[in-house]
Design a protein around this ligand. Structure first.
Ligand code: UDP
Length: 444
C-alpha cells in the first residue's frame, strides 16, 4: 500500500438503514453498528464524516449533527414508512438525486472519498464517484451469492437483481473492503474481483462497553435467577440466523435439567427481520411446540449497555447462523468474558477461537448442537477456561483498529485514483492530503 494520506471529509452511504436506528430488528443490525462505530473513530481522528441514509420518518430532520464531526443526511426517497427492502432498488434514482443535490450546495471537491455500505449504496456511490471525480470504496457486508449457497431450510434466495447489482459495484469500486480472508476469497471466486483491490479489515467491538463484569450483579439487575444456566441468542430474528436451531438443541438439555433440578433458560434477544417478518411469532410457537415455552425468555432489541449485561449474565452465547460475514455478536459476547458456540461459517471462524474461547460447530444438525452445548455445560473447568480466554481473544478486534485499517484503504484508493485520473478532483484531493500529512508529520 502506498504512503498514507488522510481524507478531509468522507461521504458514507448507507441507503437502507440509518446508523442512528436501534440494531437488532428489521433492517438494523451489524452494518448500523459498523457505520456508526467507524464514523465515530474517524471523526475522532479529525475527519469530517457525512452519512447519507434514507429518511424513514416524516419527523427525520434532513440534516442531523449526530456527534462532533458526524453529520447524518436523511435523504427523502420514497415513502417514509412501510417500504420493503426488496422495493428499495426502485428508489435508488431518487436517493442518488438527493445525494448529488446535497453535494451541489458546496464547492467542487467537497468530499475526498465515498465509502458505500451494502450493494444498494454501492450503486449510489458508483454514480456519485463518476460525478464528483473521487474514489469509491465499497463494503458489501453480505454477498447474495454467498448467502444463496447456504440458505436456511425454507428461506427465500436473494434475487438475481441483487447479484447483478453487486457484480456491477465490485467491477466499479476503486477498492473493496471485506471482513475476513474468507470473504476476500469468496469475492474473487464468486464475483471475479481483482485481489489487488481488496483490503481485509476486521470489524471490532466497543471494548469499553463490552467488558467483563459480575455475572451475579448482571443477573440481579436483569431480574434473572442466579441458579439457572443461561444460553443466549442475540440478533435479528430470521431463518438465516437460525435461532430455531438453538431452541431445538436446547430442548433436550432443558428436559434433562428439569429432572436434575438444575434449571436451564434460553434468552432470545432481538426482533423479527427479513423473511422472519412473514411469521413474527414463529419462534415463540416453536418454543411452545418443543415444550420449553416456560424456559424461553424473549426480549426486544436492547441498547448496547443493557446488551453487555445480558452477555455477562449468560453462560454461553450461541451464534448458529447459516451465513455470517463476521458476527459482531460473537466478539461482543467474548469481550464480556462469555464463551460462544457458533456455526463454522464465514467470519465466525475468525471471531471465535475454536476450543479456546468457544466452539465452532459444523453444520446445523440439532444433535450436534445439543452435544456441543451440553458438552461444555457438563465440563465446568473447560467452560471456565474458555471464559478466561474469551476477553483476550476479543481484544484483537477493536473499532480503533478497524478505523485505522479503513483509513489505510482510503489512502490506497486516493493514490490509485489520482494516478489513473491525474486531472480529477480526486487527484487534487490526494495532493492536498499528502501536503497536509507532511505538515502534521513530526520532523526527524
Ligand atoms: N444488537 C443490539 N441490540 C440487540 C441485538 C443486536 O444492539 O438487541 C447489535 C449487536 O450488538 C451487534 C449487531 O446488532 O453489534 C448485530 O451484528 P451481527 O454482526 O452479529 O449481525 P448482523 O445484524 O450484521 O447480521
Amino acid at each position: 500500500m502506498s504512503s498514507p494520506s488522510m481524507p478531509r471529509r468522507v461521504a458514507l452511504v448507507s441507503v437502507h438503514t440509518s446508523p442512528l436506528a436501534q440494531p437488532g430488528t428489521g433492517d438494523a443490525g451489524g452494518m448500523n453498528v459498523y457505520v456508526w462505530q467507524t464514523a465515530t473513530r474517524m471523526a475522532q481522528r479529525g475527519i469530517e464524516v457525512e452519512i447519507f441514509t434514507r429518511a424513514t420518518s416524516s419527523s427525520d430532520a434532513p440534516v442531523v449533527t449526530a456527534a462532533p464531526g458526524i453529520t447524518v443526511r436523511n435523504v427523502v426517497a420514497g415513502p417514509f414508512e412501510g417500504l420493503d427492502k426488496r422495493d428499495l432498488p426502485a428508489q435508488l434514482c431518487a436517493f442518488t438525486a438527493g445525494v448529488l443535490r446535497a453535494e451541489a450546495m458546496h464547492k467542487p471537491g467537497y468530499y475526498d472519498l465515498i465509502h458505500s455500505h451494502y450493494w444498494l449504496s454501492g450503486q449510489v456511490g458508483w454514480l456519485a464517484r463518476d460525478r464528483w471525480g473521487v474514489p469509491l470504496v465499497h463494503t458489501a457486508h453480505t454477498l447474495a451469492a454467498v448467502k444463496n449457497a447456504s440458505l436456511a431450510k425454507g428461506d427465500t434466495a436473494e434475487p438475481m437483481l441483487r447479484v447483478i447489482g453487486e457484480q456491477q459495484v465490485v467491477d466499479e469500486a476503486d477498492r473493496m473492503v471485506v471482513n475476513t480472508d474468507t470473504e476476500a476469497t469468496e469475492l474473487v471466486s464468486m464475483y471475479n474481483a481483482d485481489p489487488d483491490r481488496i483490503d481485509v479489515v476486521n470489524p471490532g467491538a466497543d471494548l469499553d462497553v463490552y467488558s467483563p463484569g459480575s455475572r451475579e450483579l448482571a443477573r440481579a439487575e436483569l431480574g434473572l435467577r442466579a441458579d439457572e444456566t443461561i444460553l443466549t441468542f442475540v440478533g435479528r430474528i430470521q431463518p438465516l440466523k437460525a435461532p430455531d436451531v438453538l431452541l431445538a438443541a436446547a430442548a433436550p438439555i432443558i428436559e434433562r435439567a428439569r429432572r436434575s433440578g438444575r434449571p436451564v433458560r434460553v434468552l432470545i434477544v432481538g426482533g423479527p427481520s427479513g423473511s422472519g417478518l412473514d411469521r413474527p411469532t414463529a419462534l415463540m410457537d416453536l418454543a411452545g411446540e418443543l415444550g420449553i415455552g416456560a424456559e424461553v425468555t424473549f426480549l426486544p432489541p436492547q441498547p448496547s449497555a443493557q446488551l453487555a449485561q445480558i452477555y455477562r449474565a449468560s453462560d454461553l452465547v450461541a451464534v448458529p447462523s447459516y451465513s455470517e460475514s463476521f458476527g459482531l455478536v460473537a466478539v461482543e459476547a467474548q469481550a464480556c468474558g462469555t464463551p460462544v458456540v457458533a456455526a463454522d461459517v464465514g467470519g465466525l471462524s475468525v471471531a471465535v477461537a475454536h476450543g479456546r474461547s468457544g466452539l465452532l460447530v459444523d453444520g446445523h444438525d440439532v444433535e450436534d448442537w445439543t452435544a456441543a452445548i451440553e458438552g461444555l455445560l457438563v465440563t465446568p473447568d473447560r467452560l471456565a477456561g474458555m471464559r478466561l480466554n474469551a476477553r483476550p481473544h476479543a481484544e484483537q478486534f477493536s473499532w480503533e483498529q478497524t478505523a485505522d485499517d479503513l483509513l489505510a484503504s482510503y489512502s490506497a484508493a486516493m493514490h490509485s485514483f489520482a494516478a489513473r485520473n491525474p486531472g480529477s478532483i480526486g487527484a487534487a484531493s490526494a495532493r492536498r492530503a499528502a501536503r497536509r500529512l507532511r505538515r502534521i508529520r513530526p520532523k526527524v
